[in-house]
Design a protein around this ligand. Structure first.
Ligand code: KIV
Length: 281
């Protein structure tokens, strides 16, 4: 059965932790779906881990639609949530609604995610009123990297912590079905999770959230860049891939690949005839 936003909300009630991973392509999304993941996030982090940008700001609607379609085709059970990229929802409510609609119609997303608190509540309201579920995103919101002066933990002092609590309540009130809490102190995430009726999905926010999300390249050792402190490496697939690539190069250069079992045959008589006709020797 396909997961929906209601599935995730029921998981909060039954205290069944929500598992979410980012996904950007069909093959990886299929592996995650087959593994039983609850939800897939087509994150705008694809700008960094798939496209090699330093941050997420250059990601376009076309990038998001392209990757979202691929993931949606693989997700037989997992809920697919797609990020609204930088400047696709900040300018106006009308823009936000139009672009959220594109992510659903063209990107086949079941829900969209956008970053921010009170300032994006009119957008959240309008999108949810159009029957498109919205996931909020608070704390370290990567699209604000320039305003924050880097990728930094948020909500450490009293005023900042209060702001995040108020934002979480506002985002819930506006109609969001869940909210990502990124890089906030664990105790603050526990308090917010208790205050909200909608699920919190943590990344760098401790185990007290209703669920967790990670960028899959971080958890598998696939991203060469900086790996954040909170991103536990569950496997080093990057090293295994490098070993595979090195073996391929070595065997191709030595001529041991391709071997007998990798080739296709043709009748000897046909080849002899072709050789007589075409061979220069
Ligand atoms: O873009 C993304 O991958 C995200 C996660 C870090 C939550 O927003």
């Amino acid at each position: 059965m396909k997961n929906t936003v209601v599935t995730l909300q029921q998981q909060k009630i039954s205290r069944d932790k929500i598992t979410m991973l980012t996904a950007y392509d069909f093959s990886t999304a299929k592996l995650m779906d087959d593994s039983g993941i609850n939800a897939l996030l087509v994150g705008d982090s694809l700008g960094m881990v798939m496209l090699g940008y330093e941050d997420t700001l250059a990601v376009t609607m076309e990038d998001m639609i392209h990757h979202s379609k691929a993931v949606a085709r693989a997700a037989k059970r997992a809920l697919v949530v797609t990020d609204m990229p930088f400047m696709s929802y900040q300018i106006s409510v009308q823009d936000a609604l139009y672009n959220a609609g594109r992510l659903v119609k063209e990107g086949q997303a079941q829900a969209v995610k956008l970053e921010g608190g009170e300032e994006v509540c009119p957008q959240i309201k309008a999108i949810t009123q159009a029957a498109i579920p919205v996931m909020g995103h608070l704390g370290l919101t990567p699209q604000s990297v320039n305003a924050f002066g880097g990728f930094k933990v948020q909500g450490r002092d009293e005023e900042a912590a209060r702001r995040i609590i108020h934002s979480a309540l506002a985002v819930e009130q506006a109609g969001a079905f869940a909210v990502v809490l990124e890089c906030v102190p664990a105790a603050l995430a526990v308090l917010i999770s208790e205050c909200l009726t909608i699920p919190t999905i943590g990344i760098g926010a401790g185990a007290g959230c209703d669920g967790q999300v990670l960028v899959y390249q971080d958890m598998l050792g696939l991203y060469g860049g900086i790996t954040p402190k909170f991103a536990k490496q569950f496997n080093n697939v990057g090293e295994q891939m490098k070993t595979g690539f090195e073996s391929y190069i070595r065997e191709t250069k030595s001529g041991s690949f391709p071997a007998e079992e990798h080739i296709f045959r043709i009748d000897d008589a046909i080849m002899a005839k072709l050789q007589r006709e075409f061979s220069r020797a």
